[in-house]
Design a protein around this ligand. Structure first.
Ligand code: ISL
Ligand code: CA
Length: 551
């Protein structure tokens, strides 16, 4: 809906701390490294930083396995460093939202340690099941492959983990668990943060009795742990006891197949969440077999998903607009062209990201068109999900070379190679040996080069950020789909009182001609330097061309 809120007008920049900037040469990005770059964020013009987890962690899943919610991972710095970061951001009017990971903890968290010992205060903090150590309690699968249960020798029982075995699921049915989580959230909010991005928040309620799931789906059991029966109740309680006491932005990540219609109760005026990270549109190049089933981009699927979210959220709710994040391959490589048309297609994707209704999220490196990487050697693979996938393939008798194209298309490591700052060794990310390889293209694709070039992707992002700040129609304008069935082009109108925008994006290399009412309109921004000299309602689009007209 179009009620005014600061977070609707904001542009969010996502920082993956491990890969952003290393200040001390140990090869791992850190908080002092981020502080060195706050002026960079200010120059880009973003309003909010979403920081991926920086809490103490054994790093089985790069920080999504938290051992202590109230401390900073030593490799990233100290609580003092974190406080300095918050201050430096706030000094520049940039807000900070933290990652809230409360579907699970690390198995090294004190709660789990005490739970596995059978400490009466904590014994019910997780999902434990006794039984035959050879046979898991049900057939649920982990999102990272393999069974969702592991046997614990100490407690002599099974425990549930929807992700890695080092990420046991918290039992939200236990009111003490909720009390502890809500206290922890309050503790962070009282430090002055501006909100949370909530990790897989729709997995916190499971079907009573934990029944077997239907077989033949990519992650067996999903219907029993995604959008579970008490999800709404838990989120409302969180809102009432914690969130409603602050003016915050809350972004809920919802795994599984959440649709706009499903999302409605959680967002909107009285909902606990400002917006939802869903996965519908990023499935437009995913086949029925799930993530590793790589298919060609289906523009119709991408468009109809986004169109649906645009329409439903306009009534009540708000959209989170993203193409890239730390779990997704680079958008320019999957939805654009990371070869000949890298610049054009990255700008086209940015055009549509910034002109739909919602809050745009930019993932580090996206603003310079960073691309997917290559894995010449299995030793280069870092991510737990990719490693499991590779091991499972090998167990089936496939070789590394067999699955290498899939890793290069889909591994989460594609998003996690170091930020490319300049063309010096290791792209200026570190003076040491980076924890993950740097993409070979850093000599060409880097921040320094992009800022020096007046026509770069980086400058284009700057312009979009400025335009969005200057013209309310970008934020609050009503959305209306045009050319609904076009095979190659996504076009729409945005209107707010007297202001109107018309956006047209060519998603492919072809050069279609489309008919749109632009004769009396001005070209506000486009991704080709030269303007077409003759303006009428027939537009001949060039490869990956994007235009924003205003009337
Ligand atoms: O990334 C995925 C598939 O490649 C998803 O299954 C992903 O794991 C899911 O979207 C949840 O993601 C979030 O929670 C995970 C963590 O590994 C991700 O980095 C995080 O974004 C578990 O905490
Ligand atoms: Ca470091």
């Amino acid at each position: 809906s179009t009620d005014r809120e600061w977070w609707k007008e904001a542009v969010v920049y996502q920082i993956y701390p491990q890969s952003f900037n290393d200040s001390n040469g140990d090869g791992v990005g850190d908080i002092p490294g981020i502080i060195e770059k706050v002026d960079y964020l200010d120059a880009l013009g973003v309003d909010v930083v979403w920081l991926n987890p920086v809490y103490e962690s054994p790093m089985a899943d790069n920080g999504y396995d938290i051992a202590d919610y109230r401390s900073i991972h030593p490799e990233y710095g100290t609580v003092n460093d974190w406080e300095r970061l918050l201050e430096e951001l706030h000094d520049r009017d940039i807000r900070l939202i933290m990652d809230l990971v409360v579907n699970h903890t690390s198995d090294e968290h004190e709660w789990f340690q005490r739970s596995r010992r059978g400490d009466p205060e904590y014994e019910d903090y997780y999902y434990w099941r006794e039984g035959d150590p050879e046979e898991p309690p049900n057939n649920w699968e982990s999102f990272f492959g393999g069974p969702a249960w592991s046997w614990d020798d100490e407690r002599e029982a099974w425990y549930l983990h929807l992700f890695d075995e080092k990420q046991p699921d918290l039992n939200w049915r236990n009111p003490d668990v909720r009390d502890d989580i809500f206290d922890m959230m309050t503790w962070w909010l009282d430090k002055g943060i501006d909100g949370f991005r909530m990790d897989v928040i729709n997995l916190i309620s499971k079907t009573e009795g934990l029944p077997d799931g239907e077989t033949g789906t990519p992650t067996i059991g999903t219907e029993h742990f995604a959008d579970g029966p008490r999800l709404g109740e838990y989120l409302d309680e969180m809102n009432e006891r914690v969130l409603s006491n602050y003016d915050v932005m809350t972004v809920g990540e919802m795994a599984g197949g959440m649709t706009a219609e499903d999302a409605e109760p959680y967002v909107g005026e009285d909902g606990p969440l400002s917006m939802i990270i869903h996965f519908e549109h990023v499935h437009a190049d995913v086949g029925e077999g799930g993530k590793w089933d790589v298919v060609e981009l289906d523009l119709d699927e991408l468009r109809s998903s986004l169109h649906d979210w645009q329409t439903v959220m306009a009534e009540d709710g708000w959209n989170c607009l993203y193409l890239d994040n730390h779990d997704q391959p680079r958008a320019v490589s999957r939805f654009g062209d990371d070869g000949e048309y890298r610049e054009e297609s990255a700008k086209m994707l940015a055009t549509f990201l910034f002109t739909l209704q919602g809050t745009p999220f930019v993932f580090q490196g996206q603003e310079i068109g960073m691309t997917n990487t290559t894995f010449e050697d299995p030793e280069k693979v870092r991510d737990v999900e990719s490693k499991n996938f590779l091991n499972a393939a090998r167990d089936r008798g496939e070789s590394f070379e067999d699955v290498r194209p899939l890793l290069e298309a889909r591994s989460r490591d594609n998003a996690r190679t170091p930020m490319q700052w300049d063309d010096s060794e290791y792209a200026g990310f570190t003076d040491g040996e980076p924890w993950i390889h740097v993409n070979d293209n850093y000599t060409e694709i880097n921040v320094e080069a992009a800022r020096a070039d007046g026509d770069s992707i980086w400058q284009y992002y700057r312009e979009l950020i400025d335009l969005r700040e200057e013209r309310e129609v970008f934020v609050y304008g009503e959305y209306e789909l045009l050319l609904p069935d076009h095979d190659d082009v996504y076009a729409y109108r945005r209107t707010l009182d007297e202001e109107a925008l018309l956006v047209v994006c060519n998603f492919f290399e072809g050069e279609p001609t489309v008919e749109l009412p632009v004769e009396d309109a001005n070209l506000l921004l486009g991704n080709y330097p030269d303007l077409p000299d003759e303006q009428n309602d027939e537009i001949e689009l060039r490869p990956y061309e994007a235009r924003i007209y205003e009337r």
